[in-house]
Design a protein around this ligand. Structure first.
Ligand SMILES: *Cc1c(COP(=O)(O)O)cnc(C)c1O
Length: 370
């Protein structure tokens, strides 16, 4: 029977918008024999993950943990816990993930006030100011690293405006986390979610999140029950902290082992070194691509180091090039989304995939294929 064959994948080189390559140490950690999810030894693993997540997010927030589901579930966790029907929410949209934030906020029953910018450019703080003044906002949500376009969104000015308006600041750091500077406490971020599979280079399926005291106060003062049972923080937090460690759901034990090892690798390297490495390899790729005649979608000062969006030259069959890179060179890169489908490539240099070797392999392969 065909399905009884052992399953093997090709050895892919992951240079798309995530997942990124995973260190063999992390794969080895995943094969650690299972323990129960309430085993005292596993509770220590959870404590380690919490402490290392706090360190990598540069926060002291007590409510910092990992949601047992991908980045989109982290997004949903932030919004379903902080929004109640009838609340007003300012949502910034400059790509796919801002659009998803607005969709979730609407499903929470919130009145959404949208602040939009052209895809490929950052949100303009002046537009944010106007939107905040036009309503009584409970929160403002914004994407730090918009993976659909390659834009790095400056946050500090917008954070100050949000505070002045008495609203909570919710940040999508799925792609920026562990790849570029992200200071949760210093930048006044109240709720933040990320993902395991981008610059942290753990397998997909987990979402680190953190909440400030102001966010917890909002949660404690809800008039209605959180509409999602699984993502309801009032229950999840008793599993991750406190004396009781009550059963909530069965944690994905092996994935947590992987998470712990990935975080260890990040802290061994050091955050500053890691951010510098991402920037240097981005510059190496940029120089190589520009020498081949490629143009970047995003203006220089707003470019992400871990996700390079380049315009596809006229006359190039972009899907065929990606197919050949995958089939002949085992290299995965991403295509464009939404208005940029067929118009850009998205080349990821995330975590373990941010090395000079990855850059040189891709440039060499691309020269052959083109
Ligand atoms: C990948 C990504 C997400 C969604 O994460 P999933 O793990 O795919 O659910 C959300 N926001 C941004 C900016 C992303 O890049």
């Amino acid at each position: 029977m065909e399905s009884l064959r052992e399953f093997n994948t090709s050895t892919r080189i992951l240079m798309g918008p995530g997942p990124s390559d995973v260190n063999p140490r992390v794969l080895k950690a995943m094969s650690t024999p299972l323990v129960g999810h309430l085993d005292p030894e596993f509770l220590v693993v959870m404590d380690d993950i919490k402490a290392m997540t706090q360190a990598t997010l540069q926060t002291q927030n007590e409510l910092t943990f990992v949601v047992s589901a991908p980045g989109s579930a982290g997004m949903e966790t932030c919004l379903v816990n902080l929004l109640e029907p009838g609340d007003e929410a300012v949502i910034c949209i400059h790509g796919v993930f801002g659009t998803r934030l607005a969709d979730i906020a609407e499903r929470c029953g919130a009145k959404v006030i949208k602040v939009e910018a052209d895809w490929g450019t950052p949100i303009n703080p002046e537009d944010v100011k106007q939107a905040l003044a036009s309503c009584n906002p409970k929160l403002l949500a914004i994407v730090h690293a918009e993976t659909s376009t390659g834009v790095l969104q400056p946050l500090e000015e917008i954070s100050k405006m949000t505070k002045d308006a008495g609203a909570l600041l919710v940040v999508d750091a799925v792609t920026s986390y562990c790849g570029t500077d992200l200071k949760v406490d210093e930048w006044g971020i109240d709720a933040l979610y990320s993902g395991s599979q981008k610059c942290l280079s753990a397998p997909p399926g987990l979402s680190p999140v953190t909440f400030s005291q102001a966010a917890i106060d909002v949660l404690d003062n809800r008039k209605t029950k959180v509409q999602s049972w699984f993502l309801d923080l009032t229950m999840v937090k008793n599993y991750w902290s406190g004396a009781k460690r009550a059963y909530h759901h069965t944690a994905p034990v092996s994935a947590m082992f992987a998470m712990r090892e990935s975080l260890r690798i990040v802290l061994e390297e050091g955050l500053e070194n890691r951010f510098k490495r991402h920037q240097k390899n981005h510059e190496l790729l940029r120089d190589g691509l520009e020498a081949m005649g490629f143009e970047f979608l995003v203006e220089k000062q707003y470019r992400l180091p871990m996700l390079n969006a380049v315009r596809i030259p006229d006359g190039v069959d972009e899907a065929l090039v990606r197919k050949r890179l995958l089939e002949e060179y085992n290299i995965e890169i991403g295509g464009g989304l939404g208005p940029y489908a067929g118009k850009i490539w998205r080349i990821g240099l995330m975590g373990e995939s941010s090395t000079p070797n990855h850059v040189n392999m891709l440039l060499a392969a691309l020269k052959q294929v083109m």
